[in-house]
Design a protein. Structure first.
Length: 445
């Protein structure tokens, strides 16, 4: 018989059980519990010891669930403190009480698996330090892009390379909305409502559509890719609520589409110094770019490294079963380490690069404006760009009279210069309104 109260980590001790506590039983938690119970034999073979579910913490014990009721508890603090728990799987979300529970688990020698992107974007350093002090694991593959394996490749497969850029579509809700707007021509409000009816958008979609979710994920990706601690507040963030069906139609005329991108980039200054740029915003990308074909609720991340070149990771970025797959992968790794000895990779922040200001980031721009339909307007507009040394790559004029519109696409320029141009345009008598300012990514111009 195995000793359920034992926390010994004798290498190769095949009779030892690995106790797992799950905090939260929403869509992902339900799938994690199901797989632990249904795949017990496979998990034992992969880990080298039986994996036993010790308990599941939930808020409401009265709610019916497909699980042995004896495993349920509304006291996560007591569950985390149990001697027969080796691994804590945190799927509650939010900052508190998840932060305190994870810290307690780590400080008591338990490895932790979490999918909590909001928490990690703010407190990875604190939690990683606690894991290092206790010599246990902190895994979080599921925190970014659901089932898509991107954290582990960055931390392990590319550990000997120099990552230059990580860019991707990491929020399924916004990608569904923009894809549907592009396909149907519907406006943002109608498409958001449809996304809610189909279950792709939350009742309060702010975290998704205003870019908070993607910014948290960008902070995690940038921290790992560039060995620099990046917080959510360091990420420049813009949402998709201002993107119009007219913008998507205009993008098609430039052989582009519009996606909400999370971009983490190593910035090289002329004096040889480096910094990190992390940003989230809707941007035009050419239809030939690999991210342009990622539609619906799918996610994709493109990594560019000095020696490996361009790598693309694609798949389902959310949902109970796909996210549970990533959680279980982390749990198996943590369990193997408990059985056979060893630990996963530690946090690496040795580079400690400064965070680049968005003002200094160079990108291309798409600027749409409603203008007076009279001679000389184009020359006036072009003059404002020239004053600020922003080079124009293309101009498109549409409509006439009250509906006259100019669309300007620039070459690469700093955000500071572009902002100055837009401010000047808004002060011009000939410009009735600057309707949209979007970036253009994925080109070498």
């Amino acid at each position: 018989m195995s000793d359920q109260n034992s926390t010994a980590t004798t290498p190769g001790d095949g009779d030892r059980e690995i106790g797992v506590a799950v905090l939260g039983m929403g869509n992902v938690g339900t799938e994690v519990v199901r797989i632990i119970e249904d795949a017990a034999a496979d998990l034992r073979a992969r880990v080298g010891a039986p994996v036993r579910l010790r308990g599941v913490a939930v808020r409401d014990l009265s709610r019916p669930r497909k699980i042995d009721q004896a495993l349920l508890t509304d006291d996560p603090v007591a569950l985390v403190a149990r001697d027969d728990v080796d691994i804590v799987v945190e799927l509650m979300g939010g900052i508190d009480p998840a932060r305190a529970l994870i810290r307690a688990a780590l400080e008591n020698g338990k490895s932790v698996v979490t999918a909590n992107k909001a928490l990690l974007a703010e407190y990875t350093g604190e939690l990683a330090s606690a894991a290092a002090d206790a010599k246990v694991d902190l895994y979080f593959e599921a925190a970014v892009a659901g089932a898509i394996p991107v954290i582990r490749p960055l931390m392990q497969s590319l550990a000997g390379d120099t990552v230059e850029r990580v860019a991707g579509i990491v929020n399924g809700t916004t990608n569904f909305i923009l894809s549907a707007m592009d396909e149907t021509g519907a406006d943002y409000a109608d498409t958001l409502a449809e996304a809610g009816r189909l279950g792709y958008a939350e009742a309060d979609p702010t975290a998704d559509v205003e870019g908070f979710d993607a910014a948290a994920k960008a902070a995690i990706l940038a921290s790992i890719a560039f060995h620099t601690r990046v917080h959510a507040a360091d990420v420049h963030r813009e949402g998709i609520s201002s993107v119009t069906s007219e913008d998507l139609a205009a993008a098609k005329k430039f052989d582009c589409t519009i996606k909400l991108l999370s971009i983490c980039e190593r910035v090289h200054a002329a004096d040889g110094t480096e910094s990190v740029s992390a940003r989230v915003y809707p941007a035009l990308i050419p239809l030939t770019h690999p991210l342009a074909t990622v539609n619906g609720a799918f996610n994709a991340v493109v990594v560019e490294a000095e020696n490996a070149g361009r790598l693309m990771f694609y798949g389902q970025g959310a949902g109970g079963a796909p996210t549970a797959s990533a959680v279980l992968g982390d749990m198996v790794m943590a369990a193997r380490n408990k059985v056979h000895g060893g630990r996963g990779p530690l946090e690496s922040t040795y580079a400690a690069l400064p965070i680049a200001s968005i003002d200094d980031v160079q990108t291309r721009y798409y600027i749409s404006m409603q203008v007076a339909d009279r001679p000389g307007v184009l020359a006036q507009v072009a003059g404002e760009f020239a004053k600020r040394e922003v080079s124009i790559a293309a101009v498109r004029q549409e409509g006439a009279q009250e509906d006259a519109r100019l669309i300007v696409v620039t070459h690469r320029a700093s955000d500071r210069a572009q902002s100055a141009c837009v401010a000047a345009l808004e002060d011009m008598d000939a410009v009735i309104k600057v309707s949209s300012v979007l970036r253009l990514e994925g080109t070498n111009d």
